[in-house]
Write a protein that binds this ligand. Structure first.
Ligand code: G3P
Length: 216
């Protein structure tokens, strides 16, 4: 599974990139707003750090403006993937931009029928939000399962990007289902390292090593 960071924060992206395990980055208007720079500037900086897909979302809500904005965003860097919301206009813009060879990430997907529409419109990526479905008392993981099954049934090339991954279990379960990509905040990525037995085991190894030095 490809691991993407879901952040526009350059320090977090640098830290993840230094570990050598970050395949791409997803942003959205809320994440960009937190960093206080115009989207064009911020995503260009992100592209300088990570050599992989970097999603940049349009804020227009009508198809013609979405297309204009998407074309502009796509010109920033070869790794930019234009993000469009799963609305009627978003799907219309996705069909048009995909035909032009622009790679589209269709976002705000909360049910499998929406994912079918995105695949039909030629989306490069579909982004179902696992955590936000869980917040509603439903299963985000089940949604990922449904979408992966539908895409496999018809050989749709659209990649399933499990978004809103907030826990270690979210990451493990989406990987077991076979989601192509998991995008997560830095905090979730950092949590993947943790196990008390790793810490305890290392502590013991180092103690034993120190003792052996004392003896020699
Ligand atoms: O990429 C979608 C993501 O930013 C949503 O995460 O935790 O706000 O639901 P969350």
């Amino acid at each position: 599974m490809k691991i993407f960071l879901d952040t526009a924060n350059l320090d977090e992206i640098r830290k993840g990139a230094d570990w050598g395990i970050v395949d791409g980055v997803t942003t959205n208007p809320s994440l960009i707003a937190k960093e206080g720079r115009p989207i064009e500037e911020q995503v260009a900086r992100i592209c300088d750090i990570v050599d992989g897909d970097v999603s940049a979302e349009v804020v227009a809500t009508e198809a013609p403006m979405m297309i204009t904005e998407g074309l502009k965003l796509a010109k920033i860097h070869k790794n930019i993937v234009v993000k469009l919301p799963l609305t009627r206009d978003g799907i219309k813009a996705c069909s048009a931009l995909s035909k032009e060879g622009i790679r589209i990430n269709v976002t705000l997907c909360f049910q499998a029928g929406q994912a079918l529409l995105a695949a039909k419109a030629g989306a490069y990526i579909i982004s179902p939000f696992v955590g936000r479905i869980d917040d509603m008392g439903m299963s985000g993981i089940e949604l990922i399962e449904q979408i992966v099954t539908i895409y496999e049934n018809y050989d749709y090339p659209t990649q399933v990007l499990a978004a809103s991954l907030r826990t270690v279990n979210h990451v493990i379960e989406t990987a077991m289902i076979g989601a192509h990509i998991g995008t997560m905040p830095f905090k979730t990525l950092d949590m993947l390292f943790n196990h008390p037995l790793t810490d305890k085991g290392l502590e013991q190894f180092l103690k034993d090593h120190a003792k052996s030095l004392e003896k020699s």
